[in-house]
Write a protein that binds this ligand. Structure first.
Ligand SMILES: Cc1cc2nc3c(=O)[nH]c(=O)nc-3n(C[C@H](O)[C@H](O)[C@H](O)COP(=O)(O)OP(=O)(O)OC[C@H]3O[C@@H](n4cnc5c(N)ncnc54)[C@H](O)[C@@H]3O)c2cc1C
Length: 398
């Protein structure tokens, strides 16, 4: 019998397990992951950026967890020798009409307590990134780069040292909630547990569904983000991280340049509807999953409202020259043949029935379960803080 079963061996599930064991070592905690390795999905396909907390509405769960999680992550990496680099980033207004948005972002960063933010003229930007083009910019020195798979491996090592268990290659297929215990069935075993914590990322709505008798009101809509890699001989065009000013309506859109902690520079990601939740290639299609997305009333409302933006992203996905053009807004010198095929990641974006795309992190509590229903970026940066938040909720039940 387990005290707590955590479903999902991504960064949120592992951080949650670790925080529970750190706070209450006597509780038995098991993480169940369907893949044969940790961090196989969102966590292992992200941009590897340590976000500073610049963008998020002050007081939101994203702002508070990102800022607290940022410091917790740095402390963890220092203690455990996980490599990272605080290289800073610049945010660039490429057109005069983006300058007020950049000013708002600067104010927001101040409200969120960021250190060392600085407005930049074009010549000041050129001292940091000689090849960038823009009207005005902002220096964000706290931003960093890291390998989140390495972070997960360290979380797992620490968790095991504290007596936590991790079961790889086991898919949770059924959950039967009882009065005091739930029965969790996987394709390999049966477990009894006092509490289920759902950190299943792209399948968090499905897992939530398994623990409920009625339909839950949120569906995960998968958005694939595709990257290009810059050819090694052109990497000199980007020193560190270069971001556009985000569109307040679509903060997760806007391709950027990111130097990776193990070397190389990535450009992207875009955001296109994925035809499969774990579909990393354009050709990956799961008819049942695409039907579930298309028939969700909330998705239909999003599609009706934002079809033009969606088509633009789709076009850039199929046309390398259109993708290059978007990148040239920031670095005019970059050319189509400077870009090599890169990887991709799929974002789990929760969408409610009315067409609301959940912006903030969302944690839902029911009788025998806690569900992390929406943990998009910056959830990797925020992981230890989200883990602590969930852990505190869990421990009130023991
Ligand atoms: C393209 C992209 C770029 C991003 N860039 C950044 C960034 O630079 N910085 C940042 O802070 N954040 C970034 N993010 C966000 C960040 O990566 C995610 O928010 C974070 O990884 C979410 O972690 P998770 O553990 O919730 O999900 P996941 O990593 O997806 O883990 C969920 C796990 O649950 C498992 N699972 C699902 N169903 C079952 C089941 N039935 N049984 C057992 N296991 C199951 C899955 O196999 C998976 O391993 C990015 C995300 C994407 C997609």
């Amino acid at each position: 019998m387990n005290d707590i079963i955590i479903i999902g061996g991504g960064i949120v599930g592992l951080a949650t397990a670790l925080q529970i064991k750190r706070q209450r070592p006597g509780l038995s905690v098991t993480v169940i992951e369907k893949e044969n390795r940790l961090a196989a999905h969102q966590t292992g396909h992200n941009s590897g950026v340590i976000h500073s907390g610049l963008y998020y509405k002050p007081g939101s769960l994203k702002a508070t967890n990102c800022i607290r999680g940022y410091w917790m992550l740095l402390e963890f990496c220092e203690q455990e020798n996980v490599p990272y680099e605080l290289c800073g980033k610049i945010v660039v207004a490429t057109k005069p009409e983006e300058v007020p948005l950049l000013d708002n972002l600067y104010q927001r960063g101040q409200q969120n307590g960021l250190e060392g933010l600085k407005k930049l003229t074009l010549s000041e930007m050129h001292e940091i990134e000689p090849h960038v083009r823009g009207v005005e910019g902002m220096w964000v020195p706290q931003t960093g780069i890291i390998d989140y798979v390495q972070v997960c491996e360290k979380y797992a090592e620490k968790l095991r040292e504290l007596g936590g268990e991790i079961r790889l290659g086991e898919k949770v297929t059924q959950i039967t909630p009882g009065n005091t215990l739930s029965v969790v069935l996987t394709d390999r075993a049966t477990y009894e547990t006092k509490l289920v914590i759902n950190c299943a990322g792209l399948y968090s709505d499905k897992i939530a569904q398994l623990t409920q008798r009625q339909e839950i009101d949120v569906r995960i809509i998968p958005f694939r983000g595709e990257y290009f890699k810059i050819r090694p001989e052109k990497e000199y065009l980007v020193r560190n991280l270069i971001y556009p000013v985000p569109d307040p309506n679509f903060p997760f859109l806007g391709v950027h340049f990111t130097r990776m902690v193990h070397g190389g520079v990535e450009a992207g990601p875009n955001a296109v509807l994925a035809f499969q939740r774990e579909g990393y290639r354009k050709s990956d299609i799961n008819l049942k999953e695409i039907y579930e997305t298309l028939s969700w009333p909330g998705f239909q409302k999003v599609a009706a409202k934002y079809w033009e933006t969606g088509l633009g992203e789709m076009y850039r996905s199929f046309s390398k020259s259109a993708f290059t053009k978007a990148l040239q807004e920031l670095i005019p010198e970059i050319q189509e043949n400077d870009l090599m095929e890169g990887g991709s990641g799929v974002r789990a974006q929760a969408c409610d029935r009315t067409g609301g795309l959940l912006d903030d992190f969302a944690i839902l509590e029911t009788d025998r379960a806690i569900h992390v229903c929406n943990a998009p970026s910056p959830a990797a940066t925020s992981s230890l803080s989200i883990g602590l938040t969930v852990s505190e909720k869990a421990l009130t039940r023991f």
